[in-house]
Design a protein around this ligand. Structure first.
Ligand SMILES: NC(=O)c1ccc[n+]([C@@H]2O[C@H](COP(=O)([O-])OP(=O)(O)OC[C@H]3O[C@@H](n4cnc5c(N)ncnc54)[C@H](O)[C@@H]3O)[C@@H](O)[C@H]2O)c1
Length: 295
């Protein structure tokens, strides 16, 4: 299920009370820079001196956590994944009934590390980042590869509640913090973990880093001029993604033979095991620096 508006348009006129915990971190600054442009009531909480300095330098006031969360409709936890256990243990008991706790990554929620309450809703949202196929119009949109500044992107959300009111608050918050947002796709927390890390970090980001390693090898070991290697790789990467993901053109017969050689040489036969539940748990345990996931 997804909800669509024209790029960057938030059709909701409802305003909410939002607490941002970790407001001076990387995501905290990104979401706060967008929340200040909305009519929502927002409290900013940050406990490190450097993060407090960044928050104040951006012209935002700091609030202590108990004050910020006491009346919040939704609490955005922009703290490191490893801090989510202790932070939820501290804050969740202080929330009003019906409040929503929103984390920005599914790992800790799926691993069962968060303190929960029957009358507090758990939610997770992750930005999709602007699509490689987005029809960017302006230099600002071209420059915004992460999203949340100028280039429209989708977002994925999971809300552990059947109450449409809770979903509406999460969607409004997600549209605000990751603006401009086109679609918000609703999935389960487990599906969000199957998307991120498995699909997009374990596979897509790994392949991005592998491309760079191959480029370095071509330049440094094989001695091919760097400008030539970069130029042909960047262009062919676009063709590989456009043909591979969207079927823009068929790969040539010779290319298909070279691709088979690459698959046989580089990919393990059982690679799709990464989508199994036990492998997802292994992946998450490594990411969360835990010996195992014991949900
Ligand atoms: N960085 C990314 O690109 C990215 C993208 C999507 C989602 N996320 C998710 O966003 C969340 C935050 O990640 P980040 O990269 O912004 O982390 P970060 O380390 O850059 O920032 C975390 C901030 O939280 C603060 N903090 C820690 N404990 C706190 C507490 N108890 N009270 C108040 N402030 C506290 C820290 O001082 C720091 O400023 C994580 O769940 C991460 O998985 C990150």
């Amino acid at each position: 299920m997804s909800s669509t508006t024209p790029a960057g348009t938030d059709t909701s006129t409802d305003t909410y009370k939002i607490a941002v915990i970790g407001a001076g971190g990387k995501m905290g600054m990104r979401v706060s820079n967008n929340l200040v442009k909305t009519a929502h009531t927002v409290w900013y909480v940050e406990n490190s001196p450097a993060g407090q300095e960044r928050t104040l330098a951006a012209g935002r006031e700091l609030t202590d956590a108990p004050t910020a969360v006491a009346d919040a409709d939704i609490v955005v936890l922009a703290v490191p994944d490893l801090a989510l256990g202790p932070v939820t243990a501290d804050l969740v008991p202080q929330l009003k009934p019906g409040a929503i706790v929103l984390t920005l990554d599914p790992a800790a929620a799926y691993a069962g590390l968060l303190t929960t309450r029957d009358d507090v809703v758990q939610a997770v949202a992750h930005p999709c980042h602007p699509s490689i196929f987005l029809q960017r119009q302006t230099p600002e949109e071209w420059a915004d590869t992460f999203g949340g500044i100028a280039a429209p992107q989708d977002a994925i959300a999971a809300v552990e509640s059947d109450d449409p009111g809770h979903k509406a608050i999460v969607e409004a918050t997600v549209r605000a913090i990751y603006a401009p947002v086109i679609d918000v796709h609703f999935v389960t927390i487990k599906q969000l973990a199957q998307l991120e890390p498995t699909l997009v970090e374990t596979v897509a980001c790994m392949i991005g880093a592998l491309l760079n390693e191959a480029l370095e090898e071509t330049i440094n070991t094989m001695g091919v001029p760097a400008a030539a290697a970069r130029s042909i790789l960047y262009g062919h990467t676009q063709v590989a993604l456009a043909n591979g993901l969207r079927g823009d053109n068929p790969f040539s017969d010779a290319c298909l033979i070279a691709m088979d050689y690459g698959r046989e040489s580089i990919i393990k036969d059982d690679w799709k095991k990464i989508f199994r539940d036990d492998e997802l748990d292994k992946n998450l345990a490594r990411m969360l620096h835990l010996p195992a996931i014991t949900r």
